[in-house]
Design a protein around this ligand. Sequence first.
Ligand SMILES: *Cc1c(COP(=O)(O)O)cnc(C)c1O
Length: 362
Amino acid sequence: MSRTTVATIHLGALRHNLARIKAMAAPAKVMAVVKADAYGHGLERVARALDAEAECFAVAALGDGLRLRAAGHRQRIVVLSGPDQPGDIAEMQRLGLEAAIHHEAQLAWLAEASARRGRLRVWLKIDSGMHRLGFAPECAAEVHARLAGMPGVDPGIGLLTHFSESEVFDGDATRVQIARFDEATRGLDGPRSLSNSAAVLGWPGARADWVRSGGLLYGLSVVEGKSGADFGFRPAMTLATRLVAINRTAKGERIGYNGTWTCPEDMPVGVAAVGYGDGYPRSAAAGTPVLVGGGRVSLIGRISMDLITLDLRTAPQAQVGDRVTLWGDGLPVESIAAQAGTISYDLTCGMTRRVLFVEDEG
Ligand SMILES: *Cc1c(COP(=O)(O)O)cnc(C)c1O
């Protein structure tokens, strides 16, 4: 018997979303960010769906670039953390990957790189205020000059920065980061890239030459109170299972582990076959929406490893075997993330190996 909990990946939605990002960002080009196994959607699956339309993929680490080349993808691939150790550089040259360079240690490794394997394309990463990876703005010109003098480095050096809260459309932080980046890179040659997905939506002045979009590709938003659908994107993952039991539970009885939810009246309680063992967040609060046969019901009680419990008073016609949608089609994952105290990316990245992945063209 096939597993009950199924994540359906909608290939048509992925293509729609990339086309929409491209249209919004034009004339800037788009790096399709497929790190973390394409935000949990499956790296090879997503890359295959987007191969004809994606000009460039971006990944976190060399291993993902290797997987993309092994799957036959020929387009540009940017490794957003660059080399992690000296030996990575020759491997990147061999695979024709591009490297973000954010640290002095990487410069030392690069200085040793030979041009024999082909010159490595690099993106100089500037820390404009995120304070995670990158050179200080005041070092940008000097590092740029050092990179330009290295025999193993391609002279077309890109310039990159990353925003810490671009989903706050009227905030000062992004304004300050853009100004610092502009100042640090003034007079330097090379393509520029600042924007992630939220910046594509809210900071049109920062699109520059390349945007780096992950979330929107999968139809995901991190903008407070908004789903990807609110911006015209389609969810690329639907997580669904089945109703496996319906119980009549008496007024005053408490549901599930630690009895955190008490029945206010005699009522039908549904049990669905999904839990934190599948990646459904254990932190999801009572009241989190779930679809049963297309109608909205509320989660009640604790999330177990394999099961969740549902208030079926709003779905009196529900039957064992009915389809239960946890997120995706008809139920934005952002609304589950909000109830679980996290963001949509965290949920799609968190599917476990127990979940069966299938694809459709939707
Ligand atoms: C993950 C990442 C992105 C993509 O961010 P989204 O919000 O998913 O669009 C862009 N740039 C860098 C450096 C990243 O690490």
